[in-house]
Design a binder for this molecule. Structure first.
Ligand code: ATP
Ligand code: MG
Length: 398
């Protein structure tokens, strides 16, 4: 953005569809809260205000424009970020003069097409929107003879909003979309070091859901580097979701016990069932209303419909699988966009790869799985309890 030092204010656009009545206030309150939270990381003081269905961010000190836009682009619920100038209403002639100066300063005298998009939100203003469009259009044409009007596909859209003050802006930087985190409860993400689960967490957080996460590691079969990678991934996701409580579970004894007692081609499924059971137990202790996984139909043996049914069977909480119908390439594209991909492809083993059988079942028979899990009766409850009791909890944030 060329004229970043010109602006001191941003108009925040958000989608209002489906946000009516009382929910609208909850939505706007959460949005203001998340904006303030995100701006804490930026150098500068900001006032975030809400007036008549509009949210504004006003810089109160020197600030870094690029960092501010980056922070605002991290907030779910924002559909557009408009760098804006505001002027007092001192009559039409002054507005005309101001607008000409704005175009000169921000866009220069270019050979471009434009359109005025005026909006009168205050009925005591002498001209309505149509009249304002015509009058201001004439003013711009007089001042910049090289510019032309194009009402369908203008290169420059000049927004002029008559409110308490007059807001002028000409750029809408796309926001992250979605709903502000905190408007839809909390869920527990099963976060591995892979490509998929961080993306799954991002997608659910985008619907306004706060995240907790759980990671199962198996030292010494999995390294500290593998664990650090998961912490790094949680931190990247927290750019969007806000702080994440990451529960780290030592899964080694459970895995070894399963390895010892159950048929090896069923290991992955049985392990995944214990991950779900433990995740659900922690979810209930932390008031999470569902589980989230990065599963996608057919991606690996443990994600056929039969395998998914077998892992799903042990949960009572809903399991959200936002990537269920995505191709790997679509998931990778999203991972690249949110910045997790580079970290995900670092080659540190995750706990499943070590205990993986040569020929895992792709069509597990739930009856057989349940039967083989009976081999675990003697010690499994004790091991699960110990794993939960010795969990490590880290608060991960940007
Ligand atoms: P990912 O890229 O997310 O690791 P994957 O393709 O490796 O996925 P699986 O290993 O079958 O798939 O795991 C499916 C899902 O189970 C993951 O997306 C994740 O939600 C969860 N999961 C797998 N391993 C772990 C783990 N060690 N800790 C926490 N969750 C896990
Ligand atoms: Mg994995």
């Amino acid at each position: 953005m060329q004229h970043s030092n010109y602006y001191r204010s941003f108009l925040i656009k958000y989608a209002e569809i489906g946000v009516k009545g009382k929910n609208r206030y909850l939505f706007e309150d959460a949005l203001v809260r998340q904006i303030k939270y995100s701006l804490k990381k930026v150098n500068g003081d900001f006032a975030v205000t809400r007036t008549s269905g509009r949210i504004y961010v006003n810089a109160q000190s020197d600030f870094d424009f690029a960092d501010t836009v980056y922070a605002l682009k991290s907030v779910f619920g924002i559909s557009g970020i408009c760098p804006m100038v505001a002027m007092e209403d001192e009559g039409f002639d002054r507005l005309a003069e101001f607008l000409v100066q704005y175009v000169e300063d921000v866009h220069g005298q270019k050979n471009i097409t434009f359109k005025i998009a005026a909006r009168r939100s205050r009925k005591d203003y002498p001209f309505d929107s149509m009249e304002l469009n015509a009058r201001l259009g004439g003013v711009i044409l007089d001042a910049f003879p090289a510019m032309r009007v194009d009402v369908h596909h203008p290169e420059l859209m000049l927004h002029v909003e008559i409110r308490e003050k007059i807001n002028i802006y000409s750029e809408i930087i796309p926001g992250q979309g979605g709903m502000p985190v905190g408007t839809n409860g909390k869920a527990m993400l099963l976060l591995s070091g892979g490509i998929d689960s961080p993306v799954a967490g991002y997608m659910i957080a985008k619907r306004g859901v706060k995240l907790d996460a759980v990671y199962f590691h198996a030292p010494p079969y999995t390294s500290d580097r593998a664990k650090q990678k998961v912490i790094d991934l949680a931190r990247i996701v927290s750019r969007f979701s806000g702080p994440i409580n990451l529960h780290i579970i030592n899964f080694t004894d459970i895995q070894l016990y399963i390895y010892d007692k159950c048929p090896h081609e069923e290991l992955t499924i049985i392990m995944r069932r214990y991950m779900m059971r433990i995740a659900e137990q922690i979810a209930q202790e932390t008031e999470c209303l569902g589980l989230i996984t990065g599963e996608s139909i057919g991606q690996v043996a443990s994600q056929t419909l039969k395998s998914l049914a077998a892992t799903n069977e042990v949960c009572r909480l809903p399991v959200y699988r936002p990537l269920i119908g995505f191709d790997k390439i679509e998931i990778i594209n999203l991972a690249e966009r949110i910045g997790t991909y580079e970290t995900s492809i670092q080659p540190f083993e995750d706990c499943c790869t070590i205990f993986v059988a040569k020929h895992p079942v792709t069509k597990p028979n739930i009856k057989m799985i349940n039967k083989h899990e009976k081999n675990l009766t003697e010690k499994i409850d004790e091991l699960v309890e110990a794993a939960i009791e010795t969990k490590e909890v880290l608060l991960v944030q940007q």
